[in-house]
Structure formats: structure tokens, C-alpha cells
Design a protein around this ligand. Structure first.
Ligand SMILES: Cc1ncc(COP(=O)(O)O)c(C=O)c1O
Length: 444
């Protein structure tokens, strides 16, 4: 046993884990779309760590930018102005749609959402927040309560004013829809009803992941996001797009809302803004909401808001995106390799009930029966119930592919810079691993 592993087990308290039941991989190094352990076993990173390493591991220009900034100035209080922070904010505002011109920097996604909600409440003078059941917004007090998925259950007590609604999900419609168009319309009608019975004059914000990430890679039907925008306008509600996972190229656009030409009032970001080389997140703020705080103090802040090393890495990352055409790379990866590859997997494997996604953001949904759509494992399965998904994942890991799994799904979310050959190689490994799921298939 290495010291690293022994010290980890003795002293590192890991997120989302029963501490005695985990065996972390000891990561010794990484480059591009690959990382390796202390025994030299290499893994193709089909999860981009936590769907954040969008430009791949150890990009030399990003490392150089952080090193250069560290040599100049490592840290400055948020109240000062400093070159890379100003430039990062300018660049992010330039990328954002419409009149979203100002950036409040945070350390990650959860605190971005916390501050977005605070802005929305103060701007509107209202308190309630609507959030989707199929969502994840972070693990801090307010954001875990906004999160719709079961990670909320142990953490939501004591937070009031958050109401959940169903977003569109055509494969498992909550509205008995049979087409995308029907699903979009019915999901909007349901949201309108929810607003009505909650009292629009009490609703500060609707927060949603425009393309839902961990909870299924749910691409909204055409017109849905425009419909949410219109409802927000009609009732004076702030529209918050949580682009923490879907933004910065993951969906083949700078922001996923760009696909539908929708301008939210606030966008939250983190992860792909700098591929996680240094912690960074933030809120991009529309002029209207920024104006609320022109003469009135914004009551929020963080010691590391706009940390200069993080901002230097964001500036470098955005420039790398532009120089290397990374948005275009993500689109091509999806259109030319992942989409056709997943359709082929669906044709070959009865256990593949649905494949969906866009850009480099895809899901394979595994079922026991295509007719009933019974999931391979139950909702929120754990322990023995989750064993079939763990077996599929382990079959991938044994062959050197590091997968992202959630419930009965495997997500295909490699770095946007992954070569087409590497993605094909990864899909071949998934192809073999799916035999485990096929063996459990009970349909005809
Ligand atoms: C959509 C979304 N919002 C917010 C978060 C929380 O971000 P962080 O873990 O940086 O706090 C995540 C993290 O996975 C996310 O996927």
C-alpha cells in the first residue's frame, strides 16, 4: 500500500461517500484526455473528472498562464481591481448573450447559484424559487434545497420557499406525452399552473439547467426555454440559467442557451470556464439586475471572489478555446463520432433504451425492457440494487475507460479536445461492457 493511499484512507474525508466503503484511484498524472494511477494503469477520461476538464488535462498554455500569474501576483482582495480579473470579466461578458455584462466571481458552482438567488430575491423583493425535480444545483445550504434529485433529501430541512416542478423529459414523460412537441407544450402548461398556485407575486426566480446534466442529459424540446423566458417576463420572475455543467463548450456553444437564442437574466457558470485548474465560478448579471445594486449595496462576498490565479486561468482558457476552435471541436465530436457511435450501440444492444445529447454531452439510458422502459436499476439505487450499473462501470474501468454513471445511465462526456480515435476506442470498450447489461435484459 502506498503512503498516498494509506494517508487518504486515514485522513481524507471524501464527498458523497461512506468513508469505509470506497477505494479511491491514486492518480499519479494526467495529460489530455488520459490520466494514470500510481501503478501506471491508464484511463481514458470519459467523465472529464466531474464534467469540468473541458480542454483536457495539463494544457501547456493554461499551465503557463497560471505559472506566469503566480510569479507576478498570487492573490488580491476582492475589493481591489486587478488586470486579470478585469480581463476575465470582460471576456466572459463578451461571450454571454444579450445584456449580461457584469460578472460576480465565486469559487465554484454552488456559491454561484447561492448568490444568483440572493440577487433575484433582492431585485424582485420576492422570496420563492422554482427549481426542477431533475436537477442538481450544488451542495451548500440553499443549493442543495433547490436541487431536485435525491441528494436534496438529507439536506433540505430548514430551507423554505423552494418549490419543485417537472421539466421536459420525453423518454419518461411526466405528462404522458408521446412527442417532443407535446412534451414541451405540456411541461410549459405545468410550469404555468405551478406559478399560478404558488402565487406569481411571491416568486423571485425560476432556476433551471437549460440542458439538464447529471440528472439525465435532458435536451429541452424546441420552444421550451423560450416558453420559460416568456413566463418569466409575464410574471416579473428572474430567469436563472445554471450553465455550470452545460456551459463553456460542453453543448457545442459557449452557453447551452445559445442553441435556442434565449437570454436569461442571470447565468451561473463554473467547471468548464477554466477546466477546473483553479477553483472558479460566477454569476453573469443582466444590466437590469446590476442596476438594482448600483446605489444599493449587494450583501454578499467571498474572500476568494475573483482570485487572480483562477482569473488568469479563465482568461487563458477562453483564449485557448478561440485559438484552437474548441467549440467547433465539441460540435464535431458530437455530430461525427459520439452521436453515430451511440446510435450504433443502441442498434446492437437491447439494454440501450435511449441515447440523447448534443455537443460532447451525451447519455446512454439502460433498461431491462424496451417496451416498458423499466430502468436497469431502480431510481436512486444503492448497494445491491445498484450492482448492475457498478458492473457495467467496472467492465469499462478494467479496460482502461473511466466512465460517468448516474442511476441507470452512462454519460459520455469526454474532454472537448479528445481525438476522434480516442472516442471511438472508448465507445468500443462501452460496447463490450454493455454485454453485462444485455445479460440482465428481460424484454423480448
Ligand atoms: C448544474 C450544476 N450546478 C451546480 C453545480 C455545483 O457546482 P460546484 O460543485 O462547483 O459547487 C454542479 C456540479 O456538478 C452542476 O452540475
Amino acid at each position: 500500500m502506498t503512503d498516498t493511499f494509506a494517508n487518504d484512507r486515514a485522513h481524507v474525508f471524501h464527498s458523497w461517500s461512506a468513508q469505509g466503503l470506497i477505494t479511491p484511484i491514486v492518480v499519479a498524472g494526467a495529460e489530455g484526455s488520459w490520466f494514470w494511477d500510481d501503478e501506471g494503469k491508464r484511463y481514458l477520461d470519459f467523465s472529464s473528472q466531474l464534467v469540468n476538464v473541458n480542454i483536457g488535462h495539463q494544457h501547456p498554455k493554461l499551465i503557463a498562464a497560471i505559472q506566469e500569474q503566480a510569479g507576478k501576483l498570487c492573490t488580491v482582495a476582492p475589493g481591489m481591481a486587478t488586470e486579470v480579473r478585469s480581463e476575465a470579466a470582460r471576456l466572459i461578458a463578451e461571450l454571454a448573450p444579450g445584456d449580461l455584462e457584469m460578472v460576480f466571481f465565486t469559487n465554484g458552482g454552488a456559491d454561484a447559484n447561492e448568490n444568483a438567488i440572493r440577487m433575484a430575491r433582492l431585485h424582485t423583493g420576492r422570496t420563492k424559487v422554482l427549481a426542477a425535480y431533475r436537477s442538481y444545483h450544488g451542495a451548500t445550504g440553499g443549493t442543495i434545497a433547490m436541487t431536485g434529485d435525491p441528494r436534496r433529501w438529507p439536506g433540505e430541512a430548514g430551507v423554505s420557499g423552494i418549490v419543485h416542478f417537472w421539466g421536459p423529459y420525453t423518454y419518461r414523460s411526466s405528462f404522458h406525452s408521446t412527442t417532443e412537441a407535446e412534451e414541451g407544450e405540456r411541461a410549459l402548461a405545468h410550469l404555468r399552473d405551478t406559478i399560478m398556485v404558488e402565487g406569481p407575486q411571491y416568486i423571485a426566480a425560476i432556476i433551471l439547467e437549460p440542458v439538464v446534466g447529471t440528472n439525465g442529459i435532458l435536451v429541452p424540446p424546441a420552444g421550451y426555454l423560450q416558453g420559460v423566458r416568456e413566463l418569466c417576463d409575464e410574471f416579473g420572475i428572474v430567469m436563472i440559467a445554471d450553465e455550470v455543467m452545460a456551459g463553456f463548450g460542453r453543448c457545442g456553444e459557449w452557453f447551452s442557451v445559445d442553441h435556442w437564442h434565449v437570454t436569461p437574466d442571470l447565468i451561473t457558470f463554473a467547471k468548464g470556464v477554466n477546466s477546473g485548474y483553479v477553483p472558479l465560478g460566477g454569476v453573469i448579471i443582466s444590466q437590469r439586475i446590476a442596476d438594482t445594486f448600483r446605489e444599493r449595496q449587494f450583501p454578499g462576498g467571498l474572500t476568494y471572489s475573483g482570485h487572480v490565479l483562477a482569473c488568469a486561468s479563465a482568461v487563458a482558457s477562453i483564449n485557448i478555446f478561440r485559438e484552437e476552435g474548441i467549440i467547433e471541436q465539441a460540435r464535431r465530436l458530437g455530430d461525427e463520432v459520439i452521436a453515430p457511435g451511440l446510435i450504433e450501440l443502441q442498434e446492437r444492444h437491447p439494454s440501450v433504451g435511449d441515447v440523447r445529447g448534443l455537443g460532447a454531452f451525451w447519455a446512454i439510458e439502460l433498461v431491462r425492457d424496451r417496451a416498458t422502459r423499466e430502468p436497469l436499476v431502480p431510481f436512486n439505487a444503492a448497494g445491491a440494487d445498484a450492482a448492475p450499473m457498478a458492473a457495467v462501470a467496472n467492465a469499462c474501468k478494467a479496460e482502461g475507460l473511466y466512465p460517468f454513471t448516474h442511476f441507470n445511465r452512462m454519460h459520455v462526456v469526454p474532454p472537448l479536445t479528445t481525438s476522434h480515435d480516442d472516442v471511438r476506442h472508448g465507445l468500443e470498450i462501452i460496447d463490450r461492457a454493455l454485454k453485462v447489461a444485455d445479460d440482465l435484459y428481460t424484454g423480448r
